[in-house]
Write a protein that binds this ligand. Structure first.
Ligand SMILES: [Zn+2]
Length: 420
């Protein structure tokens, strides 16, 4: 198992330096000296967000670090699942993790390493973690010290005005970025505006992050970009920084140089074939906020073995969090990703949202374009009905606005447990 030695070292480091782990190991009578093989790790309890929220900051920080330590970078989650989470980590460690993660995607890697490189970010203002993401501020106010221009956009994406979109196009033109670092739903929205104005966005690599890319967003990005050389999805988190990146063959690869990954079995009965696991991550670099056996709550389909891109890093498809799954008989049933694969990215579709409101009742909101013909969405409802194997009530409405979540992120599937 790759990095097992690394995780042993991190265990020792956490035991010596982090209050939360000292208490956890005492309480559960774990003797870290007896951990010799990957199987022995089972003796160590899993940790999760709730532990870190409860013990933050003092209990989770390693000796010698505090909130105002000069080497520390602070990251705050956008609060997509309830309360926000703040993580502090050594800036250099986060950079090392990012560099290692980006290796898998040559064009993004090159753009990231270019001397004086400029990044254009287009995502919910919350995600930018800076006050200057305020859409009414000037361009100078929105350029971060690392040469990232945070482009203006409203918190509730689809309320962004045409005037602001025009300004965004101008700013991109003026700034001449080397890399797009964008939320895929936001970027597809921006590209629709380029199209409407008869303009073409700059041909620079596109790194999508913050939320998963739907097939529909990918199709719209593919209208302007070569997906086999200029595109890659990034999985990053508040807790760890850059966790996985997509290669040019369309596979998300775990950054297993920077972390120790475990793929934990999930209790799941699905009508569809799956290899679902929960991502469980341990840090291995003795930083400010060590994490041991941290359950992320993210469900992924996991594939091992070499990829066509040449990498042997584990590949996974992000399926979503259990709280976002569609439910049948009170149990998680279909992942947001599985729903998205059913809908696919037909040419007539600009944006959708499927919301489960009762066990067998759904709302399907669709923003369609001019290629839509009546009944085009029927295949999806038939598939969903087949899988549920019972009569479903699916209310379809064609709209020109769908609300973002309170966090500012856009969620294409909303399950019954979404607001719990
Ligand atoms: Zn690959």
């Amino acid at each position: 198992m790759k990095n097992f030695q690394g995780v042993l070292k991190e265990l020792e480091y956490s035991f010596e330096n982090v209050e939360f782990y000292q208490e956890l190991f005492y309480k559960t009578e774990v003797d870290i000296n007896k951990i010799k093989t990957p199987d022995d790790l089972e003796q160590i309890p899993f940790t999760s967000k709730i532990d870190y929220r409860r013990s933050f900051p003092k209990g989770t920080l390693a000796k010698g670090f505090n909130l105002s330590h000069p080497m520390i970078a602070s990251h705050r989650s956008s609060g997509s699942t309830g309360e926000r989470l703040t993580t502090l980590e050594i800036g250099m460690h986060l950079l090392d993790r990012a560099i290692s993660c980006a290796q898998i995607n040559p064009s993004i890697n090159n753009a990231f390493h270019k001397v004086g490189r400029k990044i254009a970010r287009y995502a919910a203002p919350n995600c930018s973690d800076v006050e200057c993401a305020n859409p009414n501020s000037s361009i100078e106010d929105r350029i971060l010290p690392d040469q990232t221009l945070v482009l203006p956009v409203y918190h509730d994406l689809l309320t962004t005005t045409e005037q602001m979109l025009d300004r965004t196009l101008e700013e991109i033109n003026e700034y001449q970025p080397d890399l797009f670092y964008v939320d895929p739903t936001h970027f597809a929205f921006l590209l629709r505006h380029y199209k409407k104005r008869g303009l073409t966005p700059p041909n620079i690599p596109v790194m999508v992050a913050y939320t998963g890319a739907t097939d529909c967003a990918r199709r719209q990005i593919a209208e302007f970009y070569d997906m086999n050389s200029m595109y890659g999805e990034l999985l990053s988190s508040t807790e760890f920084g850059w966790v996985a990146m997509e290669c040019n063959h369309g596979h998300l690869h775990a950054n297993d140089d920077s972390f120790f990954f475990e793929y934990v079995d999930v209790e799941f009965e699905s009508p569809l074939e799956n290899t679902f696991k929960e991502l469980c991550i341990s840090s291995i670099d003795q930083g400010a906020s060590p994490h041991i056996r941290y359950r992320t709550g993210d469900v992924a389909s996991v594939t091992e073995g070499p990829c066509d891109c040449g990498s042997d890093r584990v590949r996974f498809v992000m399926e979503g969090k259990f709280s976002q799954f569609l439910v049948k008989d009170g149990r998680p049933f279909i992942s947001p990703q599985q729903v998205d694969k059913m809908i696919g990215g037909p040419a007539w579709l600009d944006l959708y949202q499927l919301e489960q409101v009762k066990d067998t009742e759904f709302l399907l909101k669709i923003i369609a374009n001019d290629s839509y013909q009546q009944g085009d969405e029927a295949y999806f409802i038939e598939q969903l009905t087949d899988i549920y194997n019972t009569n479903l009530k699916v209310d379809v409405s064609f709209v020109d606005y769908i609300a973002s979540e309170r966090s500012g992120k856009y969620q294409f599937v909303r399950g019954l447990n979404n607001n719990v």
